[in-house]
Design a binder for this molecule. Structure first.
Ligand code: AMP
Length: 297
């Protein structure tokens, strides 16, 4: 496994692999790697022949009062995980390599960037879209892998790739969870033992939403209210948002008539956690979509 910090070297190594006829799989990350990231790497290994992981804590997607400085940075453990998972190349650039002096081009995916997390994190998705397009241009993969954990991000990137004719395939992989349902996240490291226990409320609220749908509830304001009640009753938890939206437009839906995305952001102590689940009405059958609420986690 090679670990490189420059764009020139990354391009050169990947070009060699491409010349050998290998298909390139790419997993962009901010490091502090866990099983969620590993699941993307494994998907890339299954489908492609040369797997590139980028590790870059992207400053432009953090707001001024957010956690850029203290975001966990664990390069050695990350390299070990990548090695274990059979990654071929780790691209780990400096901030100066990605944003040299004079940098002034930004990518905005209008509308989709302004809802859900975009509302409480203005500028966040501009930073995400910009860095992801840069990374896709640097790596030029055949397939890039993202997690459904960041559902809005995945939706925005799909739109970006479509609108700007980026010639790659996008795969969105399922959310990897702890045994008690908490979605794996690098930010879970911020939780105290007690906050960690309370953090399952996101998953419990999403499960409750699916149960209500299973019982025939279609009115999203009632479902939303039950999620809000559960979250606000949790010690230390502050609701950022709880919404039920159209998975394509990310706009709120009033009635559940087909698959709808329940999306949550909750603050617990100094951590802001997000989670989501596709709510599937009993009558709707969506090929390939598994109804997680009916599993026995
Ligand atoms: P991050 O390092 O948090 O920017 O995440 C890098 C990629 O891993 C993104 O596409 C995330 O959606 C994905 N990811 C993060 N956590 C999970 C998880 N628990 N399950 C699946 N994918 C995840």
């Amino acid at each position: 496994m090679q670990i490189v910090a420059t764009i020139t070297e990354t391009r050169c190594i990947i070009q060699k692999a491409r010349n050998e006829g290998r298909r390139i799989g790419f997993v962009p990350t901010m490091g502090a790697l866990h099983e969620g990231h590993a699941s993307l790497i494994r998907a890339a290994r299954r489908e492609t022949d040369f797997v590139v992981v980028s590790i870059f804590v992207n400053p432009t997607q953090f707001g001024p009062n957010e956690d850029y400085q203290r975001y966990p940075r664990t390069p050695e453990a990350d390299w070990a995980l990548c090695r274990r998972e059979g990654v071929d190349l780790v691209f780990s650039p400096s901030v100066e390599e990605m944003y040299p002096p004079g940098f002034c081009t930004w990518v905005e995916v209008t509308r989709l960037q302004d809802v859900l997390c975009g509302r409480s994190r203005p500028g966040h998705f501009r930073g995400v879209a910009t860095v992801v397009l840069k990374l896709l241009n640097i790596v030029q993969p055949d397939i890039a892998y993202f997690g459904q954990k960041d559902a809005q991000q995945a939706r925005i990137i799909r739109q970006l790739v479509h609108d700007l004719n980026v010639p790659i395939e996008i795969r969105v992989c399922p959310i990897v969870r702890e045994a008690d349902g908490l979605a794996l996240s690098s930010r879970n490291a911020y939780l105290s033992p007690q906050e960690r226990q309370h953090a399952t409320v996101l998953y419990r609220a999403l499960q409750l939403a699916q149960e209500l749908v299973n019982q025939g509830e279609c009115d999203t304001s009632r479902i939303r209210q039950r999620m809000v009640d559960l979250i606000t009753a949790t010690p230390g938890a502050t609701l950022d948002y709880a919404e039920i939206v159209d998975p394509e437009t990310l706009q709120p839906v009033a009635q559940i008539t087909g698959p709808a995305l329940a999306a949550l952001a909750v603050r617990l102590g100094s951590a802001r956690l997000i989670d989501n689940q596709l709510l599937i009405p009993q009558t709707s059958s969506v090929p390939g979509v598994r109804n997680e609420a009916q599993s026995d986690i």
